[in-house]
Design a protein. Structure first.
Length: 292
């Protein structure tokens, strides 16, 4: 299981979900603006306070990503998130669901900025709490999460979510896809797209879901992502799309997961020439072949 640990270190070291620097604030410009009779000192103080609040938000956001990874016997997995702003709405998480069972979540709250970050934290915290109560009943757990978001989210804000539980003894993956981009399950030459089984969370008071099932056999790879990956555009407005992402997965099918994630991010950034308007989140899970 050394590979899983190395992947996590790679994520925290290079892809910690944060921008290289906080948004700049021109304090000189602030000091020249004395609208409403505010003093220069007051304006400069407000500017420094805004920077500090963004830094606090950055720290809280960073701590929401998983740190303690459940150990699996025949499965390796990893995730990465690169946020386009100081705080974003993307997240991923891993849950210990018992011996040889792993919970996986990838979510995306609509919009960007502080409101999205707060709702993301709310949803992620609720999923962790529900996980402690048992994830077996997807319908009940997610209905509660939907109600929480519906009552607390600003109008027209919502979250897409892919939540799954994988049992490596039976190789069965049980999942609910709440309006999220369909993950790709690569099996030999076949690709299975795990399409939505429910609407997004937080948009409607009444909510129901269907639980889907798939099987991840030795050698198979499951790739999950948010729409920031496939909807990244080039200078002509063409989207990166799921087909290009799948091509990267195919070309990197035998490399360590850290290299696969890095190559996916590199291809998206190269395609968009670094002009990213949305968070990029990727999670990959691979069932090891016997003897490897």
């Amino acid at each position: 299981m050394q590979e899983m640990q190395d992947i996590t270190l790679h994520k925290t070291a290079e892809y910690d979900g944060m921008p290289e620097a906080l948004p700049s604030v021109d304090l000189a410009e602030l000091s020249e603006d004395t609208r409403g009779g505010e003093s220069q000192d007051a304006l400069m103080s407000a500017g420094w306070q805004a920077i500090q609040e963004l830094e606090d938000l950055r720290r809280v956001s960073a701590r929401l990503f998983p740190r303690d990874l459940p150990r699996m016997a025949d499965t390796v997995y990893a995730g990465v998130c690169m946020e386009a702003h100081h705080a974003g709405g993307d997240f991923y998480d891993f849950f210990d669901c018992g011996p040889n069972r792993l919970g996986v979540a990838v979510g995306d709250v609509s919009g960007n900025g502080v409101a999205s970050a707060v709702l993301r934290a709310t949803l992620q915290a609720s999923l962790r709490t529900l996980r402690l109560m048992g994830m077996g009943d997807f319908q009940r757990s997610l209905a509660l999460a939907n109600q929480l978001l519906y009552r607390s989210a600003p109008e027209a804000m919502y979250a897409s979510l892919f939540l799954a539980e994988y049992d490596e003894r039976s190789r069965r993956l049980r999942y609910v896809n709440c309006g999220h981009p369909a993950p790709a399950l690569a099996h030999d030459e076949e690709v299975i797209w795990l399409q939505p089984t429910a609407t997004v969370l937080g948009l409607f008071s009444e909510w129901q879901c269907t639980v889907g099932e798939a099987y991840i056999e030795p050698g198979d790879t499951l790739l999950l992502y948010t729409d920031g990956v496939t909807e990244a555009t080039d200078t002509c407005g063409e989207e990166f799309g799921p087909d290009r992402l799948l091509a990267v997965l195919r070309a990197q099918s035998d490399v360590p997961l850290s290299m696969l994630l890095q190559e996916c991010l590199s291809q998206v950034r190269r395609f968009s020439q670094g002009n990213l308007c949305d968070d990029l989140t990727l999670v990959v899970l691979r069932c090891l072949e016997h003897g490897r």
